[in-house]
Ligand binder design. Structure first.
Ligand code: PLP
Length: 381
């Protein structure tokens, strides 16, 4: 059936579709037939290749980015009484990880509506004698100014973590922090359904994260199977945050396609920018058009007076899904109960007017035109 630009009720334009095909099926089948289904050679290979793509020394595959954030903070010794600086404009997992280790998240505002990234000046204001670590989030696919953050962290003796959930495959991602945590959840730029990776430069830290990933044990099933070890000790309180070989096999196939996925996304994003500039110049796409991005999200900022929820409903009736990235974490009930009402004016302003449009490699250029035209109509009426 040929796609039509005029009536699109026959096809839903979802926010994000995973691109999974025959290659992934073959890879899964091979793992099943091999008889070794978890923490085997596939996981090691996935770790090696992911580290290589990001030019990083060590990689530890984990069950999710949330698990990776938790392990990284735990391995760095962040804990009770410590404060962790985090943006509020992020997925809730970024901040939750601080609570997991007994620390307190302290929210930092974004730079501006045009640059919705964690703000260095506000981070400086939020420092206290208890601040131990900072988690920067490469929101939407754009890299934070990592050199500045690196300098800031070393000036104040802080650990720095990169929440790199949006930037798999991006130049420079995973190189400036003590650890960088990537997500392979179903809506990310590459997927293993559920899964994550921690990139680390320091070997000792990598070993600690590796040990904590699997109950704090000093040897793994594969080591014992291969006769490298006969028993094990438990040296720390660890977790079961392992990745299995099925997911690793998916990850290896997806990793091979990542740079083409990212290019497709970045090109579609550029097209959104051009179309919007032409047809709705009061709708802004944040960040500079020349900055490199993985195109994880297509965030737009609507005019102040635009009724966002109505617009989302209108778009939905025409088969276009949209979303908000993010409802700010400091506004969630759990967080307000724990920390009280926080004042983050830039984050609040951005989050009130932001709308995320569909962006994934399965979209065509005519889809983007269709979406922008429907958005323009929805704004006008
Ligand atoms: C998706 C996401 C996470 C969590 O990833 P999981 O793999 O689902 O645990 C953390 N931070 C950000 C910014 C995310 O987008």
């Amino acid at each position: 059936m040929k796609k039509s630009n005029l009536t699109r009720v026959d096809r839903e334009l979802s926010l994000s579709d995973p691109v999974i095909g025959e290659d992934e099926c073959v890879a899964l089948k091979e793992v099943i037939q091999s008889g070794w289904i978890t923490m085997g050679e596939m996981v090691s290979r996935f770790e090696r290749e992911f580290a290589q793509v990001h030019e990083c020394e060590h990689a530890v595959a984990v069950s999710s980015a949330t698990a990776g954030l938790h392990l990284s903070l735990a391995a760095l010794g962040v804990g009770s009484g410590d404060e962790v600086l985090v943006p509020s404009l992020t997925f809730v997992a970024t901040a939750n990880a601080a609570w997991y280790v007994g620390a307190t998240p302290v929210f930092v505002d974004i730079e501006s509506v045009e640059r919705p990234q964690i703000d260095l000046n506000d981070a400086r204001r939020k420092l206290s004698s208890r601040t131990k670590a900072i988690v920067i989030v490469h929101y939407g696919g754009w890299l934070c100014p990592v050199d500045q953050w690196r300098t800031f962290a070393s000036e104040h003796g802080l650990f720095i973590l990169e929440d790199a959930a949006h930037v798999s495959g991006l130049n420079g991602a995973g190189k400036s922090g003590d650890a960088a945590i990537f997500s392979f959840y179903g809506n990310k730029n590459m997927t293993t359904a559920e899964g994550g990776m921690v990139l680390v430069g320091n070997e000792e830290l990598a070993l600690t994260i590796r040990r904590l990933r699997s109950h704090g044990m000093t040897s793994q099933t594969l080591d014992r199977y291969e006769g490298h070890a006969f028993t094990y000790d438990v040296t720390d309180l660890g977790y079961n945050y392992r990745m299995d070989d099925l997911r690793a096999a998916l990850g290896l196939v997806q990793l091979g396609k990542l740079s083409s996925f990212n290019k497709l996304r970045a090109n579609l994003l550029k097209q959104y920018r051009d179309e919007l500039l032409l047809k709705a110049s009061d709708v802004n796409v944040p960040f500079d058009k020349n900055e490199e991005t993985t195109g994880h999200l297509c965030p737009v900022v609507l005019p102040r007076q635009a009724p966002r929820e109505d617009i989302m409903l209108r778009l939905r009736k025409m088969g276009i899904h949209s979303s908000i990235h993010y409802p700010p974490v400091h506004r969630f009930t759990y967080y307000e109960n724990k920390l009280g009402v926080q004042n983050l004016p830039q984050t609040d302003e951005y989050a009130r007017h932001e709308l995320s449009l569909p962006l994934h490699p399965g979209l065509s250029r005519s889809d983007v035109i269709y979406i922008v035209d429907r958005l323009v109509e929805s704004l006008g009426s």
